[in-house]
Ligand binder design. Sequence first.
Ligand code: ATP
Ligand code: MG
Ligand code: MG
Length: 400
Amino acid sequence: SYRKGGYHAVRVADTFASGRYIAQRKLGWGQFSTVWLAYDTQTEAYVALKIQKSAPEFAQSALHEIEVLSAITNGDPTNSKCVVRLIEHFKHVGPNGQHWCMVLEFLGDNILRLIRYNRYKGLEMNKVREICKCVLTGLDYLHRELSLIHTDLKPENILLLSTINSSKDPIKSKMTPILEKPEGVPNGSAAMTAIERRLKQRARRAVATISTKRGGFVTAPKPPRCLDGIDMNCKIVDFGNACWESKKFAEEIQTRQYRAPEVILQSDYSYSADMWSFACTAFELATGEMMFAPKGTQGFSEDEDHLALMMELLGKMPRKIAIGGRRSKDYFDRHGDLKRIRRLKYCPLDRLLVDKFKLSNTDARELAEFLCPILDFAPEKRPTAQQCLQHPWLNMKNPV
Ligand code: ATP
Ligand code: MG
Ligand code: MG
């Protein structure tokens, strides 16, 4: 992919935008781009630099993402709506062509890594609530104020806030590696002097913290690892596939496991498709496992397996909905029964949470009461993000 039309190869200390940004290390990548941590010499802060592949279709998709991100950023001047901010964008010319670059606020690890870090045990319920609140705040903003549908909500696209740029001591951050001096900033320059001063202060503070602990070594307990003290604020990212309610681009949206039934059946979708993905994500946070992980085999397709799994957990799909989509005939007979998967093993959500995931009866019942209405097969009956934010479950608190 590092050829004409593809990714731009970056080396540590490469500069962008006439020297303003200096590449530090790779943060991640996707189908469209590589994302680098960069040091912004103008604001003396770290940013995420998303460098798009250069072929025309990628450039076009970058311009779309920039348009969406600009609307998001302009509509939220106080940066309080739990959605990533675009700082600026520019074009960078390299050996593989012209690459659109997006400068984004630098965030921390994604929620999938958080689940892995916790060894797929599921997070403590109070942390699940905190993350849900942030995601709902973001969705409510996108849906109600901007008329945007994200269309790809999932744990990978929800990022924790990084502590590196904040006034909080990054030494305390257990997830994001601590940065030493940024690479490529000239020694003796004003920027480097300021950085060195701050690093010295930080080191003094760290020594003060560690010397108050007996034993000297601080190790993470296993398993699951200790997530105490990690700030559970997070933000929604990756707007490459987002669309306006009134201007949709694709019939098939969403990552498989988070895909809503109306998308599979090709009935019309709207904001409520994001709500379905949200419920799947919340379940995964609480249990460490995906809610639906369909597999296609010889007898039936992945889509049909997916529909069967949904019904096993949520009950039979109402006939009108089952037969109402443009693709319904591929999966359902005229009675609204699946054509190829005849015997379903029903197990309601609260029971699954207790039997398989060992949640307490109370936690299971409360979580199921919150999630089940969002998993209504009828998209128009699902509560909106705004309505979900009013749900008492979000403000309950388990004793720690
Ligand atoms: P996809 O194939 O999922 O569409 P993409 O090319 O559009 O990918 P993103 O999903 O936006 O790229 O970013 C890829 C990865 O880079 C993310 O999963 C995340 O790990 C990292 N990343 C993206 N934005 C940021 C950010 N603002 N701060 C920190 N890391 C980020
Ligand atoms: Mg992504
Ligand atoms: Mg993308």
